[in-house]
Design a protein around this ligand. Structure first.
Ligand SMILES: *[C@@H]1O[C@H](CO)[C@@H](O)[C@H](O)[C@H]1NC(C)=O
Ligand SMILES: *[C@@H]1O[C@H](CO)[C@@H](O)[C@H](O)[C@H]1NC(C)=O
Ligand SMILES: *[C@@H]1O[C@H](CO)[C@@H](O)[C@H](O)[C@H]1NC(C)=O
Ligand SMILES: *[C@@H]1O[C@H](CO)[C@@H](O)[C@H](O)[C@H]1NC(C)=O
Ligand SMILES: *[C@@H]1O[C@H](CO)[C@@H](O)[C@H](O)[C@H]1NC(C)=O
Ligand SMILES: *[C@@H]1O[C@H](CO)[C@@H](O)[C@H](O)[C@H]1NC(C)=O
Ligand SMILES: [Zn+2]
Length: 663
């Protein structure tokens, strides 16, 4: 882990990002003392804009100490295509030579160095070439030469250009953290089975094509939602916490070399409309990565400004803001310490012609002709289970998006937000089409909290939203012009392994006998969530459980967790908090929370003790596709390929010779 001055300034959620890692890297993308960003093995769309940064490192001390900490300032770099004569970077791209930059950073080489507080210090010389593009498909070799005789080489591949635009619109649903195991569990809760045969299915089960994507980061095998979203939207791998950039080692969070996202390409080339819908706060990684260019996902305020205005410095694309933008996160819109430069972003959006909705009624009444902003609460939207089954829990919140005291009232769900976004985007995109990203964020957020019921409720809400979307597109007559993709950005190690008798479990006195309430194999029985109980009416419609609180519940668990107590019963009073600190011990030293499932049995954690929640896991995640180009999404591929497949279908990148083939 690298730490630099400045990073802390935006780290609102810094406790989540200070992981006590086992593997420390000087700069993940840079195994030598010379760094080429984008690094080796990266791919590009022909005509996709990007920046190139070179860094030469001179470690002052530590195991790599070199040249007394003096970096080579006379380094040179060349580029060549398919083995032709190498050319210097500036003339090749017709740029003037940029100024040399210098900075210092430090990093820990291992946990012993961290314990001893002996960071290694590195001095850096660097140059950045801003906003270039490679138009001709083929293989390029970039060579950085430094310290008279050392060289770092990167091989880049520019993919062939699409020749036909096959889809007018793309709707990309992201179940954040959603895995096949979770989809299987949600089906068990929401759909009735007789003698091993389901009587109804998830909408996802009806998709004609399913594939798998690998989610690894550039420099770690476990990803986070920032850099995985960035890979899905830009076709470029990145680093944990980074979006739309290759993370460099400089202290500035915004000067890192950028890559153009699908939104920037689509609006630049086709003038399409675009929108983002999320049940998270809008500045959260998955929605904001559509437009964000920063090494720190925690720079929430500046990133909302980037969504509206584009990157206004470092010569990048000025964008015109989203056409539909619906979610939570009033903190970045209300004027104050958590908005960019303290400004009122409701007013900033209104200035640019947006309708502003702060509740469901206003959202549904908003014009489809105007650009639309909808912010319905502070922080994340309350989850489906609390909105629909335990609504009394909402009254306890202090999340009114207008900044008034009290709870946000009249909340839309993912379905209302998504269908409204389609109306606005269809109207505004017209012939030019649209791109919509719709995120079910709390599948991930509630899995982090080990609150399986709340996570699966939001997964069923996503499936219900996809079902309603298909109907909506049919009604608008654009189903055949629209590619629908449903996928995830990463997974969690969750699965169901049996059932649990909550009554027996609660009646036992010690942890070992409580565990005997878990039924495995022949004792697992059948789902009781689909059986309505006399006197119990949740009334949440078809495709959702009839009963969230049956006596026999699913017994489920996580591959990675803090200390916790399990009773498997639904928490009726609000989202679960599995682990807590203990007064008198460390402020980030987590133990099982005394108030979590007091009836349950303790399961000791597997994570470092500074982790309060579960973490992401290695699993590949599913990709469901329907519509034009659906056949491209079968098989197993990398997360960046989702971008290249969508781009091919949309006739990107430089577009001049691409014909509209979707009619
Ligand atoms: C490197 O030097 C800095 C002071 O400049 C010191 O704080 C640090 O402990 C040194 N690191 C190692 C690994 O010796
Ligand atoms: C670039 O813009 C961001 C906001 O998007 C801002 O925080 C940052 O300070 C700016 N950097 C420079 C060098 O102007
Ligand atoms: C919803 O928003 C509209 C427009 O701002 C407002 O007039 C109305 O009172 C709000 N409704 C609720 C329930 O807050
Ligand atoms: C449910 O979650 C809330 C919030 O974390 C907690 O205070 C409460 O004790 C939990 N209830 C049970 C039965 O675990
Ligand atoms: C959990 O770990 C503690 C030691 O940290 C041990 O005393 C306790 O018995 C363990 N509990 C279980 C259920 O394994
Ligand atoms: C696209 O058109 C340009 C001229 O406008 C031409 O130079 C280029 O070779 C064409 N590219 C392809 C892939 O056909
Ligand atoms: Zn997550």
């Amino acid at each position: 882990m690298i730490f630099r001055q400045g990073v802390g300034a935006f780290c609102v959620a810094v406790s989540l990002s200070t992981v006590s890692g086992q593997t420390f890297q000087r700069l993940g993308s840079c195994p030598d003392l010379g760094c080429v960003l984008p690094p080796d093995q990266q791919e590009f769309l022909a005509g996709q804009a990007f920046d190139i940064r070179f860094e030469v490192h001179a470690p002052k001390n530590g195991s790599e100490a070199f040249n007394d900490g003096v970096p080579d300032e006379k380094f040179t770099a060349t580029i060549t295509k398919d083995g032709k004569q190498p050319q210097n970077i500036a003339p090749f791209f017709k740029l003037t030579e940029p100024a040399l930059e210098k900075w210092t950073f430090h990093w820990y080489e291992d946990l012993f160095a961290k314990d001893a507080k002996t960071p290694s210090v590195v001095n850096v010389a660097s140059k950045i070439y801003r906003r270039v593009a490679l138009y001709e498909p083929g293989t390029y070799t970039v060579t950085l030469k430094y310290y008279s005789g050392k060289a770092t080489t990167a091989t880049w591949v520019v993919r062939p250009l699409a020749t036909k635009k096959k889809a007018k619109n793309v709707i990309f649903f992201i179940g954040d953290g959603m895995t096949t195991n979770m989809i299987t569990a949600a089906r068990l809760l929401g759909h009735k089975s007789i003698n091993g045969k389901y009587q109804s299915l998830l909408q996802l089960d009806k998709f004609p094509v399913v594939g798998h994507q690998m989610t690894h980061s550039l420099d770690t095998f476990i990803t986070d939602s920032a850099n995985s979203a960035s890979a899905l939207y830009s076709g470029h791998k990145s680093t944990v916490n980074a979006m739309g950039v290759y993370a460099d080692s400089s202290p500035d969070l915004f000067d890192d070399p950028k890559v153009e996202t699908i939104i920037e390409l689509l609006t630049r080339i086709w003038g399409s409309a675009w929108g983002a819908v999320s049940t998270a706060f809008l500045a959260d990684a998955t929605p904001i990565a559509l437009t964000a260019h920063t090494r720190s996902r925690y720079a929430y305020g500046p990133l909302i400004d980037q969504a509206l205005h584009g990157v206004t410095n470092h010569s990048w694309t000025k964008t015109n803001g989203p056409d539909a933008y619906f979610g939570g996160g009033a903190e970045q819109f209300l004027p104050g310490s958590t908005s960019y430069l303290g400004k009122d972003y409701y007013a900033e959006f209104a200035k640019k012609g947006y309708s502003i909705s702060l509740n469901k009624t206003a959202l549904l009444a908003a014009s489809n002709k105007d650009r639309a902003l909808g912010v319905f609460c502070k922080s994340n939207l309350p989850v489906w289970l609390d909105r629909n089954v335990f609504p009394e829990n909402l009254d306890k919140l202090n999340n009114d998006p207008s900044g008034a005291k009290g709870a946000a009232k009249d909340l839309p769900g993912l379905k209302e937000m998504t269908l409204k976004a389609i109306d606005v985007l269809h109207t505004r995109g017209g012939k030019k089409g649209f791109y919509l990203m719709s995120e079910a964020a709390s599948i991930d957020k509630q899995m982090h909290a080990l609150d399986y019921d709340r996570a699966l409720g939001d997964l069923l809400e996503l499936d219900d939203t996809v079902r309603a979307t298909v109907e909506k597109l049919k009604a608008l007559g654009i189903l055949d012009d629209t590619l629908i993709v449903v996928s995830a950005d990463h997974g969690h190690g969750f699965d169901v392994f049996g059932s649990a008798d909550t009554k027996y479990l609660g009646a036992q006195k010690d942890d070992r006998t409580k565990r005997n309430a878990v039924g495995v194999y022949e004792n697992s029985g059948l789902s009781q969530y689909t059986v309505s109980q006399p006197g119990v009416s949740y009334n949440t419609g078809p495709h959702f459980p009839q009963n969230w609180d049956p006596r026999y519940v699913i017994a489920a668990g996580m591959g990675a967790s803090p200390d916790r107590r399990e009773s498997y019963a639904v928490n009726k009073t609000g989202p679960r908090t599995p682990a807590a600190t203990i007064a008198g011990r460390g402020s980030s030293d987590y133990y099982v929370s005394p108030s979590d499932n007091p009836d349950g049995f303790v399961v000791n954690g597997t994570l470092p003790t500074d982790q309060a929640q579960g973490v992401h896991s290695l699993t590949d995640v599913p990709v469901y596709a329907m519509g034009p180009c659906q056949e491209m999404f079968g098989g197993t591929y990398n997360n960046i390929d989702v971008f290249y497949k969508m781009s091919a279908c949309l006739g990107l990148a430089h577009g001049k010779n691409v014909t509209d083939g979707y009619r």
